[in-house]
Design a protein around this ligand. Structure first.
Ligand code: CP
Length: 316
């Protein structure tokens, strides 16, 4: 069994299935009067975020606390990084304190793999909370779990999913495509050519440049945030034109088939990729994604730190 979660590939189909199964147990824990179990008592989890985050950071920290792990939060702005300490020295310093897992978000692709190499032999698990434009595996797991919960079949097998928007800069898109396809969904990326990666070789998905063409056949319409902070050149004529062509407004939302859901990883640009009123429709499951994120991250921490794949003993 893998000790790290750097990409969906680290888990494979067996690992993804195990996490989704374990998440059911974690959801049950979350519904208890006291939503806390001793499963990871004595373990220490560190959150090391070099980039801003609301959802991922808070849900990992909540997940660790619900499993009774100790959690250390590293804040770049108040750390010795400001005195010039390198990433390697920072990580080895934290490891020397005696830790079990390192949850890392970094603006550079590949950092979780580098950390795993530096921590080789230490027994510390590395969990990728988003690296550059590359991967965001726990987002993909919580998205898959949310889709399973929203569709009658309880699985992704045969579902038609469109991932719409700024794919080029999206770590969520890559992890979602590989996770959804692994679970049997048919995935289409919908974006202007300038917002797609230069090569999609090996990506198990189709491509469309026309949202209106695919809308009527979808089970899931997954919108991506326009990541203007990562755009170094003008990739679209204007946000207004992007929104008119690729934004999910009320008129387009009405063309989705009955039972289709709208998803977004957050944070949303209301009025750009999604109309403000569409984000609040009953079939927009964005806050359910956030709620499931805590249970999924509990399952991931439990799976990696205990090596257990089946229903754990989660006695209070
Ligand atoms: N979806 C997501 O990664 O959100 P945060 O940046 O708030 O963690």
């Amino acid at each position: 069994m893998t000790r790290h979660l750097r990409s969906i590939d680290d888990l494979g189909r067996t690992g993804v299935d195990a996490i989704l199964r374990l998440t059911d147990s974690m959801v049950e824990v979350g519904r208890r009067d006291i939503p806390k179990v001793p499963a990871l008592r004595g373990r220490t989890v560190v959150s090391l975020f070099y980039e801003a985050s609301t959802r991922t950071r808070l849900s990992f920290e909540t997940a660790a606390k619900r499993l009774s792990a100790d959690i250390m939060s590293f804040s770049v702005s108040t750390s010795a990084v400001n005195k010039g300490e390198s990433l390697r020295d920072t990580v080895l310093t934290i490891e020397a304190m005696g830790i079990d897992a390192l949850v890392v978000r970094h603006g550079s692709s590949g950092v979780p793999w580098q950390l795993a190499r530096w921590l080789e032999g230490s027994g510390v698990s590395v969990l990728n909370a988003g690296d550059g434009w590359h991967e965001h595996p726990t987002q993909a797991l919580l998205d898959a779990y949310t889709i399973c919960g929203e569709h009658k079949a309880g699985s992704l097998e045969g579902l038609r999913i469109a991932i719409v928007g700024d794919v080029k800069h999206s770590r969520v898109a890559r992890s979602d495509v590989f996770c959804f396809a692994m679970l049997g969904a048919s995935v289409t990326l919908v974006a202007p050519p300038t917002l797609l990666p230069p090569s999609l070789e090996g990506w198990p998905c189709d491509v469309s440049y026309d949202l209106d063409e695919v809308l009527g056949e979808l089970d899931v319409c997954y919108l991506l945030r326009m990541q203007q902070e990562r755009m170094t050149e003008a990739l679209i004529p204007s946000l207004r034109e992007y929104s008119a062509t690729y934004g999910l407004d009320r008129r387009r939302a009405q063309r989705l088939p009955d039972g289709a859901i709208v998803m977004h990883p957050g944070p949303m640009n209301r009025g750009v990729e999604i109309a403000p009123e569409v984000a609040d429709l009953p079939n927009a499951v964005i806050t359910r994604q956030v709620a499931n994120g805590v249970a999924v991250r509990m399952a991931v921490l439990f799976h990696l730190l205990t090596g257990l794949s089946d229903d754990p003993t989660l006695d209070a």
